[in-house]
Design a protein around this ligand. Structure first.
Ligand SMILES: NC(=O)c1ccc[n+]([C@@H]2O[C@H](COP(=O)([O-])OP(=O)(O)OC[C@H]3O[C@@H](n4cnc5c(N)ncnc54)[C@H](OP(=O)(O)O)[C@@H]3O)[C@@H](O)[C@H]2O)c1
Length: 299
């Protein structure tokens, strides 16, 4: 397939591109810089220059493709509204380009706020609808394009897609620990985070492209939930720092913006994804990665 990938130069995107090329697909990656373009070309991928605010470029990439995988995200946590608006506009543009064609459209999503008091499953719909909701309601917007003949599929990544070189949430939490000289966890540290290794996540994206039906919600989740206390302990061990509870009232002050996420219960299962696609994660666990220095050893 000719696959157009936005976010192709990112953490998940670059591993996904490798998977797709290895499977014999032709990949065109959206690139907004010379560096990202060069990295894609070096792998044997084609390049579509443009960014998330250049909807004409996104439209033209989607028009020319047999499938689209949308992984780009501004990740501007200081301006979540602008990040969500860009996300929604891109999804709308891609959906309209693919309408009536039966072509696959996979988009990145997450597992936050799907349930209360139990792990999220693939059967739990996203409660987010409309432009003012988190991520601009993009998951539902994309899945609804199934009614217009798009094979749309959501990729719900665990809150940590981990591995050496990750600059995501766990890297930010490790940086806070380094900065403060203490590895903290919110409150009693009992809330949990699901996790998946980057290699397993990328393999799931490629499998979903081949086999997932329209409206599938895939959970890129290898571990259902690791307590944030266990995560803080592993970071503390790796950095040689004391580990301590942070009073819930002090969480924002201590952690900054990441404190909101680190306080959330983000457990999720992936039994239905395993059943649907035969996907079995094989990569290291989050704690194994932390113990191996993935977040604490330079380089
Ligand atoms: N990593 C995780 O743990 C995780 C967990 C849950 C959900 N997700 C979601 O999965 C998706 C991929 O995440 P990731 O970790 O791979 O993100 P990432 O490493 O931050 O990569 C983001 C990608 O988006 C591109 N990008 C950023 N701003 C852009 C813009 N204005 N125009 C065009 N492209 C832009 C980046 O391009 P440049 O290379 O040019 O910067 C990069 O290719 C995101 O939607 C993310 O929210 C990730």
């Amino acid at each position: 397939m000719r696959v157009f990938v936005t976010g192709a130069s990112g953490w998940i995107g670059s591993a996904t591109v490798d998977e797709l090329l290895a499977a014999g697909h032709e990949v065109t990656g959206l690139a907004r810089s010379d560096a990202s373009a060069a990295a894609l070309q070096a792998k044997g991928a084609r390049v579509q220059r443009g960014d998330l605010d250049d909807l004409a470029s996104i439209r033209s990439g989607a028009d020319a493709a047999d499938a689209v995988i949308h992984l780009a995200n501004k990740h501007d946590f200081a301006n979540m509204a602008a990040t969500a608006a860009a996300e929604r506009a891109a999804v709308e543009t891609i959906g309209e380009a693919l309408a009536g064609s039966g072509r696959p459209f996979l988009l990145a999503s997450g597992v936050a706020a799907l349930t209360q008091g139990r792990p999220a499953t693939e059967d739990d719909p996203s409660p987010f609808h409309g432009p003012d909701s988190p991520r601009g309601g993009s998951e539902n917007l994309a899945l609804d394009f199934a009614d217009q003949g798009v094979r749309s599929v959501s990729l719900r990544f665990a809150p940590t897609v981990h591995g050496a070189g990750d600059h995501g949430f766990i890297a930010v939490i490790a940086a806070v620990a380094r900065d403060k000289g203490v590895s903290g966890y919110p409150g009693d540290g009992a809330n949990r985070w699901a996790a998946v290794h980057r290699s397993d996540a990328a393999r799931l994206v490629a499998l979903g492209l081949e086999k997932a039906p329209a409206r599938a919600r895939l959970h890129a989740v290898a571990e259902e939930g690791i307590s944030v206390r266990a995560i803080a302990e592993a970071i503390g061990q790796a950095l040689g720092l004391p580990v301590t509870s942070i009073d819930p009232d002090d969480v924002q002050g201590h952690f900054g913006w990441i404190g909101t996420f680190f306080s959330m219960d983000l457990a999720a299962t992936s039994a239905a994804t395993h059943e649907l696609l035969g996907w079995t994660p094989t990569g290291p666990t989050l704690i194994e990665d932390l113990d191996a220095g993935a977040y604490t050893v330079a380089g």
